[in-house]
Design a protein around this ligand. Sequence first.
Ligand SMILES: NC(=O)c1ccc[n+]([C@@H]2O[C@H](COP(=O)([O-])OP(=O)(O)OC[C@H]3O[C@@H](n4cnc5c(N)ncnc54)[C@H](O)[C@@H]3O)[C@@H](O)[C@H]2O)c1
Ligand SMILES: N[C@@H](CCC=O)C(=O)O
Length: 546
Amino acid sequence: MDAISFPPAPVNEPNLTYAPGSAERETLVVELARLEKKQQSFRAVIGGRRRNGGGAEMKVVQPHDHAHVLGTLKNSTVKDAESAIKAANDAAPAWRAMGFDERCAIILKAADLLAGPWRQRLNAATMLGQSKTAFQAEIDAACELIDFWRFNVHYAKQILTDQPIANSPGIWNRTDHRPLEGFVYAITPFNFTAIAGNLPTAPALMGNTVIWKPSPTQQLAASLTMELLEEAGMPPGVINMLPGDGLEVSKVALAHRDLAGIHFTGSTPTFQHLWATVGQNISGYRTYPRIVGETGGKDFIVAHPSADPDVLRVAMIRGAFEFQGQKCSAASRAYIPRSVWVRIKDQLIADTEALTMGDVTDLTNFMGAVIDDRAFAKHKAAIARAKRAKHLTVLAGGQVDDSVGWFVRPTIIESSDPGDQMFSEEYFGPILAVHVYDDSSMPGSFERVVEQMESFAPYALTGAIISQDRAAVAWAQETLRFAAGNFYINDKPTGAVVGQQPFGGGRASGTNDKAGAAVNLLRWTSPRSIKETFVPPTDHLYPHQG
Ligand SMILES: NC(=O)c1ccc[n+]([C@@H]2O[C@H](COP(=O)([O-])OP(=O)(O)OC[C@H]3O[C@@H](n4cnc5c(N)ncnc54)[C@H](O)[C@@H]3O)[C@@H](O)[C@H]2O)c1
Ligand SMILES: N[C@@H](CCC=O)C(=O)O
C-alpha cells in the first residue's frame, strides 16, 4: 500500500491524422453515425446513481445543424445540489483514505481507455456537440485529456514526494499533503472536452470529492467522460455530475459550509460573479475556499517589420479561425506593420475566404458553427457595427447565417483606430481585428504600438510576437511580460501542450494556476507539517539557567 512506487513516465499522446483511408477515420465515421442516430437523456450522476434533475428540460443540439437534437437534460435544482453535496461528503472519508497509487491507477486507466477504445466515441461526441472538426476534436478530447490525466499523476507524485529537507538531531519532519476539508465545485466550459474532464479529476486525484457542473452545450461529451471514469473505477460519489445552467446548484454550493474550492474555466463575468458570492459568504465556510479560475482573453499577434510574411499569415489564420475562434487562446487582435501588411493582405484575404465551413461530419471542412444562438447574435451584432463604423473595414468574411446552423464566416476587420472596442472586448468567435501601423517614416512605431496594446485589453492570456529580429523579440518579450500567461515567438498563440507549455493567464484572464501542472494540483491540497521527536526532553529548564 505505502510502498515507494513510480507511475509510468508521461509522454504526450501523438495526434492521429484522420487522413483519407486511415483506420482512425473509419472508426470515427462509424461512431459519428451511431451517436447522431441516438437521442439521449443526459442524467445527473449523484453517488453513482443516474437521475433526472428536477428542473426544466433543456435540449442539446448540433451547433452546425441546430434542428438535430442529440438529447435532453433536466436542469439541476437546489434539491439535486443538496443530494450531490451529501453524496460527495459521504464518499470523502473512503476516497481520501484510499492509497494514492490506487487513485493514480484509476486516472491512468481512464487515460488508457481514452487512448484506446473510448477515443473515437469521445471525439465523435465533441464533434457533434461542440462542432469541432476531426483534428480539433482529436487534439482536445483525445490527446489533451489523455495528457492531463497522465501528467497530473506525474506531478501529483512529485508533490507527495516533496518532503522537508532538514531534520534536527533526533527529529523526523514530514509533510502530509492532505486533501481539502470539504468538496470542490468544478464548473466547466463548452469549448474543451479536455478542460471539462480535467477540472473535476485534478482535485479528485489529490483526494478530494467533487461536484461537477458541465456546460449544457458540452453535455454529450461530459456524460461520456463520466461513463469512462466509472469504467476506469472511479468510485460512486467521488465525482457527482449535475447537468444544467448551474444557477440553482450555485445557490446551494456557494453558500455551503463545506465548500472547499472552486475549479472554474469559463468567462470572466461568470468567474467574477462566483468570486463575489464567495466573498459575501466568507464567514460561513469551515475553511477558506480555494478559488481557481481560467477565464477570458483578447489574445494578440504583434508583427515586427522583420516578420516572415508566411509565418505571420499562417499564425493569423490558424490562430484566429481554428474551432471558429472559440479557443480562449485564439488570436482576436493583430498589429501589423504596413511594410509586411502589403505583402500578405491579398493572400490572407484569399486564404480566409477559401476556408471551408459547414457540417463537421464532412471531414473536408476547416470549420464548424459557433456554439449557440447567443454566440451567433453577439457576432452578428459586432460585424454589423463594423460595417457601420467609418474607421472599420470588413476585409474578409462578414456573412452570418443561422438558418441551418449558427454559422459565422471567418471575418477580418481592419481598424485605423487601435483604441476601438474590437481590440479590448472578447467576442469568442471567428473575428480578427487588425491594426496596420505605419513603419515607413516613423522610427519607434513598433515600440509605440506594443506599448499601446500591452494593457489596452483587460486580459492577459496568450499572445505572439512574429519577428526575425532577435533584439525586437527580446524587447517585446520583456515589455509584454505581464500581457500574456502564454507567450509565443514566431508561432500562433493557440495549441498549448500539457507538460510543454503549462496553460493559463493573469489579469482578467484568471488566477494563472496553470492547468495540467503541479501548481494547479497544489491548490487542491492543504499540507500538514508533522514533527516527531524520538527522545523528547523531560526537564523544562534550559542549560543557561545553570
Ligand atoms: N483561460 C482558459 O483556460 C479558458 C479555457 C476555455 C474557455 N475559457 C473562456 O470561457 C469562455 C467560454 O466558455 P463558456 O461560454 O462556457 O463560459 P461561461 O462563463 O458562459 O460558462 C462557463 C460555465 O459556467 C457555468 N455557469 C454560468 N453561470 C453559473 C453560475 N451562476 N453558477 C454555476 N455555473 C455557472 C456555465 O453553465 C458553464 O458550465 C470564454 O470567455 C473563454 O475565454 C477560458
Ligand atoms: N489550451 C488551449 C486553449 C484552451 C482554451 O480554450 C490552447 O492553448 O489553445
